[in-house]
Design a protein around this ligand. Structure first.
Ligand code: KG4
Ligand code: ZN
Length: 335
């Protein structure tokens, strides 16, 4: 079975083709980041319009790169949610129209299931069962993955997602959008331990997270160190470092707890924040202590992409799942 995957839930247009025998045959991505940077965040209407402009050319490119004629697939999978309504509708309408035209089924895929399965595209995929830490701009959750499609949520954020906390803190520090990766870069030059921020909810039992208080703690320190509204460069790096340590530490403590609680021997991290090298470093420490193994997607598949949707769609379509051709996007859709 061969599936075309389409991702348009936010500000990335991603297209890929996944095949039972040949694996990932092609994947192409267009990022709208530069366009939104001017506005300091994603502008939903502009995102939808840009997906319309880029999607069909990218689909053509994906078929050409895979050495296939247009339409040589057995199904079309698209991100049905969660995400921005207009952006999702562009992907869903295009996917379903193509599927209808080609006479193949269409299937709406959960964006977070895509992230969760992204490490499966690597040469050494994680063996089931495993614990996944899903950390993106919109979600932070720990998931017990027993088998494909069989997930239980162990814990999740009660307020901001980890990526959101990175982005909002970066904005407070005057860094351009998207702030997460930039903040992490600055943090590398900072002194560990000069600023110690709280590790929210680690003293409580359970596996939920909360990051909104941390943001406020950083705001107070920034205000304290601003001279004529400008924070000196080294202070900024030290604050960024302290913030990153607090987020990473909190995530690491909960991951360790999740491994102990489930007894699983494999830990997976996925979603945009899984690209954070400090997080990978800390989790490598944890799995060593717990005699477990750590898995994560290659950098380009940590953030939004079409490959993870093609794979998640393939996994479900090969056992006969399909959505039909009606409009069925779900901007708010629990995993
Ligand atoms: O998974 P993703 O591309 O989109 C969502 O589904 O949300 O994740 C984007 C998020 C953003 O919040 C971004 O700041 C964060 O991932 N991110 C990072 C890093 N790279 C991306 N956060 C911290 N460190 C990074 N290196
Ligand atoms: Zn995402």
């Amino acid at each position: 079975m061969r599936v075309l995957g389409i991702e348009t839930s936010c500000d990335e247009t991603g297209v890929a083709i996944y095949d039972s025998e040949r694996g990932l045959m092609s994947h192409v991505l267009y990022s709208q980041v530069k366009m939104h940077a001017e506005f300091g965040g994603v502008v939903p209407e502009l995102a939808s319009r840009d997906h319309i402009r880029k999607l069909l050319p990218l689909i053509k490119e994906a078929f050409a790169k895979a050495g296939l004629k247009l339409g040589e697939v057995d199904g079309v999978a698209y991100t049905a949610g969660p995400g921005l309504v207009g952006a999702l509708m562009v992907g869903a309408a295009t996917a379903r129209s193509l599927a209808f035209g080609w006479g193949v089924p269409a299937l709406g895929v959960h964006h977070m299931e895509g992230h969760l399965l992204a490490p499966m595209l690597e040469e050494v995929p994680p063996p089931y069962p495993f614990v996944t830490l899903l950390v993106s701009g919109g979600h932070t959750m720990l998931v017990d993955v027993q088998s494909p499609g069989c997930y239980s949520i162990l814990g999740e954020t009660l307020d901001d997602a980890a990526g959101e906390a990175f982005d909002k803190t970066a904005k407070m520090m005057g860094l351009p959008y998207p702030g997460g990766p930039m903040l992490s870069k600055i943090a590398c030059k900072g002194e560990v331990g000069r600023f110690k921020f709280p590790r929210p909810m680690v003293d409580r039992p359970g596996l939920d997270f909360s990051f909104s208080g941390l943001k406020t703690a950083v705001r107070l320190v920034i205000a304290d160190h601003a001279e004529n509204e400008v924070v000196p460069e080294q202070d900024m790096a030290d604050i960024a470092c302290g913030f990153q340590e607090a987020v990473v530490d909190t995530l690491a403590i909960k991951c360790r707890r999740a491994l102990q609680q489930t007894g699983h021997k494999n830990l997976v991290i996925a979603g945009g924040v899984s690209a954070n090298s400090r997080l990978r470093e800390r989790l490598a420490d944890i799995v060593k202590k717990e005699r477990c193994q750590l898995f994560y997607p290659r950098a380009e598949f940590c953030t939004d992409n079409g490959a993870m949707i093609a794979y998640a769609g393939w996994l479900r379509m090969r056992v006969g799942q399909q959505s039909g051709y009606e409009l069925n996007i779900k901007p708010r859709w629990p995993l």
